[in-house]
Design a protein around this ligand. Structure first.
Ligand code: ZN
Length: 409
C-alpha cells in the first residue's frame, strides 16, 4: 500500500480535517503535499456532498442538500518539476470504498439520488421534478439495492472528478464565459451555471485576506472544463492512464467524487453510486507535452479492470421531443433513448423513478450513434441484460411466426 498523502477522518466534515481539502478551483489553494515524478501515493476522499446523505429510506436529504459545500476534493498535490505546458501523466492504480462499515457513504454502501428541480435537477428534470434516492449495498465488487429489487451488478469504480488547478488566466476565462451564459437567462431555474460563491468556500489551508479574495474568484466544481474536472466518465476505472494539461507550477492535482458505479451520462446528477473511499495514483511528466501532442483537454487510456457484460437490450432515441424537431441535438436524442428505456422497464414492475435511478447507477453504455442524418440525431442506451435476476427481453412467445398463406390475427 503506498503512503497516504491526503488522509481523511471519515467521522468529520472535510471542513474539520486537520489538513482540509477544497471545494473550489483556484491556483492559490496551497498544496497539501509534494511528490516527484515516478512516485506512487494514496489519497482518501469524502463522498462529494461531504456526508450529507444518509443510509435511510427518505429522500429529504437529497432534496435539502447544500450544494455550496460540494464537491469536497482531496489535495492539491504538487508534482516537482511540473510546469505550464507539460502533461501530467496519472495512473489510477487502485480505488475502492472505505474499508470499515458505518454510516458514511462508502462504508459498505453508497447512494444514487435524483435531484429535485429546485437544486438543479438531473437529465430528466422536466419528467422527474421531485427528489428520490436509492441506497446500494456493496458485496465485494457487486452492488444491490433494497430500493431497486431484482438487480445485481459489478461496479465500475472510478473517480468522477480530477484534474490540475487552472492558471489565473484560465480561471478568468472560465468566470467570464460562464457569467455571460448565466446572464443570458438570469432567472432560469435551474440556473444555466454556478458563479463563484464565497459562502461555504473551502480553500484548503488558505486564510485571512487571501481567503476572502480567492473565495470570490474561485470556480465552482460542477462542470467539466479544459482541465478535466467533473467529467464523470465511468471508464476512468482502475488501471486507467490519464494525461492532464498542466497550467501552474507543480501542477496542483486534486481528486474527489468517487463512484462505485455509474451509467454513461450520470443522468440523475446525484448521481452515480456515490461513495467516499481511497484512490492510489502513480504520476509522471511529459515535458512540453501539451504542444508536443496537441492536447487541450485530457486524454486517457482506459484500464483493464471493468465489468464485462456482453448481452444488451438497446433503446434508440431521436432528437424529437413533445412533437418538436430539435435539429441534430444529441442531448435531446439521448434523453429520448433514456425515457424509452424507462418506459420499457416499467412493464417489468419497476416504477419510473426506480428505472431512472437504475440507468444512473448501473454500467449502461450510452452512444451518440448518428449525428449527420438531418434533421434528427440518434442516440442509444445499452442496458446489460445480465444485471437482472429475470429476463427483460421481449418474450419469444410473443413473436408470431407466420407460414405462407396465414394471416396474423
Ligand atoms: Zn458523483
Amino acid at each position: 500500500m503506498p503512503e497516504t498523502l491526503f488522509h481523511v477522518d471519515q467521522t468529520k466534515s472535510m471542513f474539520d480535517q486537520d489538513i482540509p481539502g477544497h471545494n473550489r478551483w483556484h491556483p492559490e489553494i496551497p498544496a497539501v503535499a509534494t511528490v516527484n515524478p515516478g512516485d506512487e501515493f494514496r489519497m482518501e476522499c469524502r463522498e462529494w456532498t461531504d456526508g450529507q446523505i444518509g443510509n435511510n429510506d427518505s429522500s429529504d436529504d437529497v432534496r435539502n442538500v447544500d450544494l455550496s459545500r460540494a464537491h469536497v476534493l482531496s489535495g492539491p498535490i504538487g508534482v516537482n518539476g511540473a510546469k505550464p505546458g507539460d502533461l501530467l501523466v496519472v495512473d489510477i492504480l487502485d480505488l475502492g470504498p472505505i474499508s470499515e462499515s458505518g454510516s458514511i457513504p462508502g462504508q459498505g454502501w453508497g447512494y444514487t439520488g435524483i435531484f429535485a428541480k429546485e437544486n438543479g435537477g438531473g437529465f430528466l428534470t422536466d419528467y422527474f421534478p421531485e427528489a428520490y434516492k436509492a441506497i446500494w449495498d456493496f458485496h465485494g465488487i457487486y452492488a444491490t439495492s433494497r430500493h431497486i429489487p431484482g438487480v445485481r451488478f459489478a461496479g465500475i469504480t472510478h473517480p468522477g472528478l480530477l484534474g490540475c488547478a487552472p492558471s489565473a488566466e484560465l480561471l478568468g476565462e472560465w468566470n467570464k464565459r460562464e457569467a455571460a451564459l448565466i446572464a443570458s437567462d438570469p432567472n432560469r431555474i435551474p440556473p444555466l451555471g454556478l458563479p463563484p460563491l464565497k459562502e461555504q468556500a473551502l480553500l484548503g489551508t488558505l486564510k485571512g485576506s487571501s481567503y476572502n479574495r480567492v473565495a470570490l474568484e474561485a470556480a465552482r466544481t460542477v462542470p467539466p472544463r479544459e482541465h478535466g474536472g467533473n467529467v464523470d466518465i465511468k471508464n476512468l476505472s482502475r488501471g486507467t492512464r490519464i494525461y492532464f494539461p498542466v497550467y501552474v507550477e507543480n501542477a496542483l492535482f486534486s481528486v474527489g467524487d468517487l463512484h462505485f458505479s455509474q451509467g454513461d451520462g450520470e443522468i440523475t446528477f446525484c448521481g452515480a453510486i456515490e461513495m467516499g473511499g481511497y484512490i492510489d495514483f502513480g504520476v509522471g511528466l511529459i515535458k512540453g507535452g501539451m504542444a508536443k501532442y496537441g492536447v487541450l483537454n485530457p486524454i486517457f487510456k482506459p484500464g483493464p479492470v471493468e465489468p464485462h457484460y456482453s448481452n444488451f437490450l438497446v433503446f434508440e432515441g431521436i432528437s424529437v421531443e413533445k412533437g418538436i424537431n430539435y435539429y441534430m441535438d444529441g442531448t435531446v436524442a439521448y434523453r429520448q433513448a433514456c425515457l424509452n428505456a424507462i418506459e420499457y422497464l416499467t412493464k417489468f414492475g419497476y416504477s419510473q423513478q426506480q428505472a431512472y435511478l437504475l440507468l444512473g447507477a448501473a454500467p449502461i453504455e450510452g452512444r451518440l450513434s448518428g449525428v449527420v442524418d438531418i434533421p434528427n440525431a440518434c442516440a442509444t442506451v445499452y442496458i446489460p441484460t445480465e444485471i437482472f435476476d429475470f429476463d427483460i427481453t421481449p418474450n419469444d412467445e410473443d413473436i408470431k411466426i407466420l407460414s405462407k398463406g396465414q394471416v396474423a390475427s
